[in-house]
Design a protein around this ligand. Structure first.
Ligand code: PMV
Length: 353
């Protein structure tokens, strides 16, 4: 039986327990167009600014959870293997929150699979915790609304709050100290801008992620002299991106995506010690996008990246062949994948195993 101790998280999720069962959930990663970077409360994962992302197509995490009174501890199988210490700890802490809310006392078996490389900078923590939140809450007998699920997923990994929804999603930072008003909401459904494409550029020189984003961002909050200015400018940029998305104003949208990415990179690079997520190959990709836009006289593509070396290059569908060919010619680009706006997280019934 589970006998650990955990901090109460307050009335974060509703209690409508039914009996525990095996439950499965799938969720897609998202790429942030306005980044979440910095928390005012790192236990409840409450951010310093609202953020906005696109949930992507094709990539997904599928997770199955079963609470079992006969288990001596939580078990976590990631892509068919026992999970390493870091991911296991994160999952156990997250399961503790669910057990607390659902009044479940047994340990759980978790089986999770990504259809893309884990911890490769393709946001497996966002899809991972969104899928785990869905599967664990259902397995524990909780019936959560999408908003409640978003609040729960947020506490595993901030960006996971956004992967609960499909299409274009905003995580509103909220003001309350208990986090009840800090959750994501869908802005535009996936079919709002079906022409929009995200060409993911996989670079061959990407290192393993050295430090968790949740820790790295707090170093930025503490030490970057550019961070306060970023917090002042984000609300204006967020409104501008929301507006460009609403009107499908591609030039404006792509320019803003680059501006936000550059601002995010500035606060990372001015963190002490400096956070440098990019490799020489990633930098060549950014340079190629800027050259392309300069030569065209307007924005054809817009780059962004998260806390990793792979680069997401946004463009419109008719431009994909040209943009992709250009990026593939860059030495050190290992692969490109073309993604679009993707679906919301959902419960899955068949185990598929
Ligand atoms: O959700 P976390 O703790 O993995 O942090 C995500 C941080 C960024 O990916 C860089 C930005 C974001 O909003 O997704």
């Amino acid at each position: 039986m589970y006998a650990g101790r955990y901090a109460r998280t307050g009335p974060e999720v509703s209690r409508r327990p039914s009996s525990p069962k095996l439950a499965g959930y799938e969720a897609a990663p998202n790429i942030a167009l306005v980044k979440y970077w910095g928390m005012r409360d790192d236990r409840l994962v409450l951010p310093n600014n609202s953020s906005l992302s696109m949930t992507v197509s094709q990539l997904r995490t599928r997770t199955w959870v079963r609470f079992d009174p006969s288990l001596p501890r939580d078990r976590f199988w990631l892509n068919g293997r026992p999970a390493a210490a870091g991911p296991l700890r994160g999952a156990v802490e997250f399961l503790d929150r669910v057990r607390e809310e659902a009044d479940v006392s047994s340990y759980a078996e978790v089986r999770s699979r990504n259809n893309f490389p884990t911890a490769s900078g393709l946001a497996s923590s966002a899809s991972g915790f969104a899928a785990l939140a869905g599967a664990a809450s259902r397995a524990a007998g909780l019936q959560l609304t999408p908003r409640e699920l978003s609040r729960l997923a947020r506490q595993g990994s901030g960006s996971a709050s956004r992967s609960v929804f499909g299409g274009f999603v905003e995580w509103q930072m909220g003001q309350r100290s208990d986090g009840r008003d800090s959750y994501a909401r869908p802005l535009f459904l996936p079919d709002h801008w079906p022409e929009l494409r995200d060409v993911v550029v996989i670079v061959s020189d990407a290192p393993e992620k050295a430090i968790r984003s949740a820790n790295a961002m707090q170093e930025t909050v503490r030490t970057s002299p550019a961070y306060a200015e970023r917090l002042r400018t984000v609300p204006r940029r967020l409104a501008a991106i929301r507006n460009a998305l609403r009107t499908r104003a591609s030039d404006r949208f792509l320019e803003l995506v680059i501006e936000e990415c550059d601002d995010f990179r500035r606060v990372c690079e001015t963190t002490v010690p400096s956070l440098d997520h990019l490799t020489p190959v990633s930098r060549a990709v950014l340079g190629a996008v800027l050259d392309l836009n300069r030569a065209a006289g307007h924005a054809i593509a817009g780059y962004t990246h998260d806390a990793g070396a792979h680069v997401h290059v946004f463009t419109l569908r008719p431009m994909v062949p040209q943009v992709r060919a250009l990026l593939r010619r860059i030495p050190g680009v290992a692969d490109t994948r073309v993604l679009g706006p993707g679906p919301a997280a959902r419960e899955i019934r068949s185990t598929g195993r």
